[in-house]
Write a protein that binds this ligand. Structure first.
Ligand code: GDP
Ligand code: GDP
Length: 453
């Protein structure tokens, strides 16, 4: 009874998000020179808190951690893209479309001293088509006299124009109040960094989950009370591995062997789901000594659906001989081709063989999961790819790829803007090439297509 309550606590139908609450995202759009950068710096208090700065891959300095009146949100500075993107031309309307794709609300900045230009009109058209709330900032209202000009912007139909002086700070508090009112409580941005990474150990009964957990925990179990900022959750265990504390989620479900009896499949799949809900990366254990089963594949599918990072661990390696090893390689090629990108470790929870290899695999998978590819790099890559391999002609029509951007991380989601439908096979081809170029080892990647008329 008790265990069932534990397992069904979370709403099964809830959309899968990250384990911690996702923050709302505000995109700042506007034509050049209206004062976007100045306003962004004003909002950030000139802290320049660049967060997505992973060496090697991430060079797009556009996501900033912002805070107002105790609410955290991400700020996306679309102005930062204008001069960076090589290859494919980057027009202002496209900037707005990307912003809409990324954000929960859009801060549209105009220069009140100039009024509305045709470029502003272009942006407006795109913004009106979207269902995102738009907050209108009438910038460069440095004194009272400017307020009249700002008031004239009522006729844009975007609601109240918020007069602001990005340079002097005038009106910025009221503007931010309006922004907060427009942002949803939970958004589409990544969860903030909040302590140890969360790992789920998954696998069918008897594959060795509790043996592995015991082996990993050993003397490495962290007394929760010693760790600042963590709540005592009997369901999870904190274990220090490789000089880093990890949270193994839902370990109570592993240790209490209630799932063996009646309805085992049903409860096991509930447990898997609840663990995935709370984890960032899943270690799926498979039994090296036995054929890969449909149950194993079902669990892997659940990980893929959840969008979590994935590591495959072949356990009971101590039991297998050379013949079985060869057989296994063949099974992996046949059954696990769709997750060939997942790191594999061959371990024995019983003897401890190679258990230490789990940590680098987890780190690799999580790094990929967190990766943000700069818009410029992504478009340079796509430009070359598409030139060499255009989308196949269908019915005399050719879908053309215009540009792409990575809309989110955890897992990476890439949105391609195209003139028409992109076939599944072509999308898979792009995904394959993306992985060749950018890695993404251990992380699923999502590819979305937006069609622009
Ligand atoms: P962006 O291209 O939209 O990012 O615009 P910038 O932030 O680079 O600003 C363009 C110019 O407008 C710069 O010379 C800023 O100093 C100026 N500017 C920005 N905000 C204000 C403002 O509130 N009042 C006045 N008078 N000038 C501003
Ligand atoms: P769980 O149901 O996934 O938690 O699996 P257990 O950890 O309870 O393991 C099931 C059985 O497999 C136990 O008898 C373990 O001793 C055994 N076992 C687990 N890992 C290994 C291993 O690496 N090698 C061998 N030979 N047996 C193992």
């Amino acid at each position: 009874e008790e265990d069932l309550a534990l397992l069904t606590e979370g709403d099964e139908e809830a959309p899968v998000g990250r384990a911690a609450k996702n923050l709302p995202v505000l995109a700042v759009v506007g034509r050049p020179n209206v004062g976007k950068s100045t306003l962004v710096n004003r909002i950030l208090g000139r802290r320049e808190a660049v967060v997505e700065d992973v060496p090697g891959v991430t060079r797009d300095r556009v996501f900033y951690a912002a805070e107002w009146a105790g609410t955290d949100f991400w700020l996306v500075d679309t102005g930062g893209w204008e001069d960076k993107v090589q290859g494919i031309a980057y027009r202002v309307a496209e900037q707005a479309e990307v912003a809409i794709e990324l954000a929960d609300a859009v801060l549209f900045v105009v220069d009140a001293t100039v009024g509305i230009t045709t470029t502003d009109e272009q942006l407006l058209k795109v913004l009106r088509r979207s269902d995102r709330p738009v907050i209108l900032a009438a910038n460069k209202v440095d004194d009272e006299r400017g307020e009249l000009e700002a008031a004239a912007l009522w006729n844009l139909g975007l609601g109240e124009p918020h007069p602001v002086s990005a340079i002097h700070g005038r009106g910025s508090g009221d503007l931010l109040d309006a922004v907060l009112a427009a942002l949803p409580e939970e958004g589409r941005g990544a969860a903030p960094d909040d302590g140890p990474r969360r790992v789920a150990l998954l696998g069918r009964p008897n594959v060795g989950k509790s043996s592995l957990l015991n082996r990993l925990a050993g003397e490495n179990r962290v007394v929760v009370d010693d760790l600042a900022g963590t709540t005592r959750d009997p369901v999870d265990e904190k274990i220090e591995l490789g000089g880093q504390v990890w949270t193994f989620v839902d370990t109570a479900g592993i240790r209490r062997r209630v799932l063996q009896s009646q309805g085992a499949d049903f409860y096991a799949s509930l447990r898997t789901r609840s663990a995935l809900d709370r984890a960032e990366v899943a270690v799926v254990l498979l039994e090296a000594s036995e054929p890969i089963s449909t149950q194993d594949l079902k669990i892997i599918d659940m990980v893929l659906e959840s969008g979590r990072a994935l590591v495959l661990a072949f356990n009971k390696w101590d039991l297998i001989d050379e013949d079985r090893r060869r057989q296994l390689e063949w099974e992996i090629e046949k059954d696990l081709a769709h997750v060939a990108w997942a790191p594999r470790v061959n371990i024995s929870a019983l003897t401890g063989r190679h258990a230490e290899k789990l940590v680098p695999a987890l780190r690799t998978a999580l790094d990929s999961w967190d990766t943000r590819v700069a818009t410029a790099r992504l478009n340079a890559f796509l430009g070359t790819l598409v030139a060499a391999h255009p989308h196949p002609l269908r019915g005399g029509k050719q879908s053309r790829i215009l540009f792409a951007t990575q809309a989110r991380t955890r897992p990476p989601r890439i949105v391609i803007f195209a003139t028409g439908f992109l076939e599944h096979g072509y999308r898979r081809f792009i995904e394959r090439r993306l992985r060749e170029d950018f890695g993404f080892t251990g992380s699923p990647i999502e590819i979305g297509v937006r069609i622009r008329e």
